[in-house]
Design a protein around this ligand. Structure first.
Ligand code: COA
Length: 158
């Protein structure tokens, strides 16, 4: 059983994240998508809302679990018996941050490998801040996020 985790803030989940998850689920037996409870960020959506939106967006996938974690990502990976951490690389600009994080995680836990997957190029310019910003300005975000997320954003910015 090869299990990996895919950690992130997911504020909110986008088609870019889902693209990475779809690729990971073809390569591994199980993907645990895990929402970071990060006290340094002030997300738009609560942890419960982000979990709900992920669960709804991924309900048709059968080898995916959705969870939340606090603390070190490698500790969470160990606690669920994962062999690796999936991260998406969208563009060169992601590389430095991801490289640093991957090396630190390897230092902390040499048995857990970071695996980088590239989402489809049509999602390279996508991130959650842009989506939140578009939604706040009442722009249509349905090309970028699942319908349940688009609805939740509409309600947030009524
Ligand atoms: N498609 C669209 N957007 C994507 C994406 C993809 N495939 N991959 C990443 N993004 C976007 C996210 O939406 C997010 O956008 P935003 O900043 O505009 O909101 C941004 O890229 C950051 O991505 P995210 O994956 O959420 O990373 P993060 O910097 O919030 O870090 C953790 C998340 C969980 C990996 C990190 O906080 C962590 O490891 N925390 C635990 C502490 C720890 O273990 N520290 C030691 C390791 S260094």
């Amino acid at each position: 059983m090869k299990r990996v985790i895919y950690p992130g803030t997911f504020d909110p989940v986008t088609f870019g994240h889902i693209d990475v998850i779809s690729r990971a689920k073809e390569l591994f037996d199980e993907v645990v998508v895990t929402v970071a409870i990060n006290p340094t960020k002030t997300p738009l959506f609560t942890i419960e809302e982000r979990l709900f939106l992920l669960k709804e967006s991924l309900k048709d996938y059968n080898n995916i679990h959705v969870d939340a974690f606090e603390g070190l990502v490698v500790d969470f990976a160990r606690s669920v018996g994962a062999i690796g951490i999936i991260r998406g690389l969208r563009a060169v600009s992601d590389f430095e941050y991801e490289f640093q994080m991957a090396l630190m995680n390897r230092k902390l836990a040499k048995d857990i490998t970071t695996i980088f997957l590239m989402p489809h190029e049509k999602y390279t310019y996508l991130n959650s801040s842009i989506i939140r910003n578009l939604a706040e300005l009442k722009s249509d975000v349905s090309d970028f996020v699942p319908a349940v997320v688009a609805d939740a954003l509409k309600k947030k910015f009524l």
